[in-house]
Ligand binder design. Structure first.
Ligand SMILES: *Cc1c(COP(=O)(O)O)cnc(C)c1O
Ligand SMILES: [Zn+2]
Length: 426
């Protein structure tokens, strides 16, 4: 893909910003601060550190945002997308429900608890947000193929968004992925590729293809800086839906760690723009014990994250070498939060608990997050008297196998009243 030039010379000699990326001005290295032009780049040319989007935001008011559509594009001024992004075909994700979770709160002893339910996005996970931003960048860079390595949900979102935008998609998954997640990709694309290996192997292969093939936009590899910005909309929505305030505590699942770092970034941006009052908040990360490299480093009090080989039912969180893990550690420590991990059994309990208390069917990632929330309260790491938000990132219909032995008919009876009475159900 070719580079783009973020400035244009007009006939009169004035320099205009390229509106293809809205208020974004360039890419900046998170490690050394070196800058480069907006383009399909993800690693710093000086130090190979990860690149982030930098912006020059105009004054923006709550009313400006409230006048926008009921999807992530209400925040388009804060994203690297063109001003007319709503006009290009996309899945219009976001603006999902923030539900007051009184029953779950009572069960866990938390006074004020909210569930941000991202399972209702177009392909039933939060990944539709990041993919919408990556798609906009891919189109701008003239990509021929829209692709990703995925633990499942990302592949679903890429395949659907590509179908809607009329761009060819190729999605790569570990071959042992849950069947429903495979079908949920294959329904949208002819090119679902199952790789014999774990996610980290699939990711390595994707990086290799990105290096060899021209015109491929891998959403979470070479357009990752644009992709990552989509997660900010989760944080923006939470603040807006709370009535333009930040919560005291938030619990977020961690795979690569991108989502957690961007929710923190979104809160910081809202504070800087004067859209919410500045106040302390604590960020907590949730992992599975079978893939908890960030939780392990947090507990050990070290800065380096030692990669692991994932072995957990929380396959959507099964990234053994998380790209943003060190930044998750920084945020958890800086805000007074924590990164905690739970067993597969606790994850199943978390899924059932959320379903039975709030009528929300979450996938294993949400089970992990709810179970971590419970553990954080029980171990005194999270203050149950403070306002808390927990994020549900995906839908339980995609991971039915994880709980199919745990729930089912209470009895199988003959179709007679006598049989019903005899079963002793009530
Ligand atoms: C991808 C994913 C996450 C976490 O994503 P990262 O940004 O990589 O940490 C959480 N939950 C679900 C359901 C996901 O698919
Ligand atoms: Zn650098």
């Amino acid at each position: 893909m070719s580079n783009v030039t973020p400035v244009q010379q007009t006939a009169g000699g004035t320099v205009l910003r390229d509106r293809a990326f809205g208020n974004a001005t360039g890419l900046i290295c998170r490690e050394c601060g070196a800058t480069q032009e907006l383009g399909p780049h993800y690693a710093c040319m000086e130090c190979f550190g990860p690149l982030e989007i930098s912006y020059d935001f105009p004054a923006i008011t709550r009313a400006d945002i409230e006048a926008g559509p009921a999807n992530i594009w209400r925040y388009k001024a804060l994203l690297p997308v063109p001003d007319d992004i709503e006009q290009s075909p996309n899945t219009e994700p976001g603006y999902t429900r923030l539900l007051k979770a009184n029953n779950l709160g009572r069960e866990l002893g938390i006074t004020t608890l909210w569930v941000k339910d991202d399972s209702t996005n177009p392909t039933n996970s939060f990944k539709d947000r990041v993919v919408a931003c990556a798609l906009s960048a891919a189109v701008e860079f003239g990509a021929k193929v829209f692709a990703c390595p995925s633990t499942g949900n990302l592949a679903n979102a890429v395949a659907a968004a590509g179908a809607r935008a009329g761009i060819k998609t190729v999605v790569f998954i570990p071959s042992n992925l849950e069947q429903p997640k495979q079908v949920n990709s294959a329904i949208f694309t002819e090119s679902l590729v199952a790789v014999d290996g774990n996610y980290d192997d699939v990711n390595k292969l994707a990086s290799e293809i990105a290096g060899e093939e021209d015109g491929w936009a891998f959403v979470n590899v070479n357009v990752r800086p644009f992709y990552a910005e989509g997660s900010k909309t989760l944080g923006y929505e939470i603040a807006e839906q709370l009535g333009w305030r930040l919560p005291d505590q938030i619990v977020i699942p961690v795979a690569s760690g991108s989502q957690l770092t961007k929710v923190d970034k979104s809160f910081q941006e809202f504070i800087k723009l004067g859209l919410v009052e500045d106040k302390p908040y604590k960020v907590f990360g949730a992992q599975a014990e079978g893939c908890g490299p960030v939780a392990t480093a947090f507990k050990a009090g070290v800065d380096a994250i030692r990669p692991v080989k994932p072995d957990t039912i929380a396959k959507s969180l099964a990234i053994g070498n998380p790209a943003d893990g060190i930044y998750v550690l920084d945020i958890a420590r800086r805000t007074g939060g924590a990164v905690e991990e739970v067993t597969d059994d606790e994850i199943r309990d978390g899924i059932v608990l959320l379903a039975r208390t709030e009528g929300i069917f979450t996938e294993t990632a949400g089970g992990t997050t709810v179970a971590v929330l419970k553990k954080l309260v029980e171990t005194g790491q999270l203050d149950p008297s403070l306002e808390t938000v927990v994020i549900n990132t995906g839908h339980g219909l995609k991971t039915l196998d994880a709980i199919s032995d745990r729930v089912g008919p209470v009895a199988t009876i003959a179709p007679t009243y006598d049989a019903f009475v005899a079963a002793g159900i009530i």
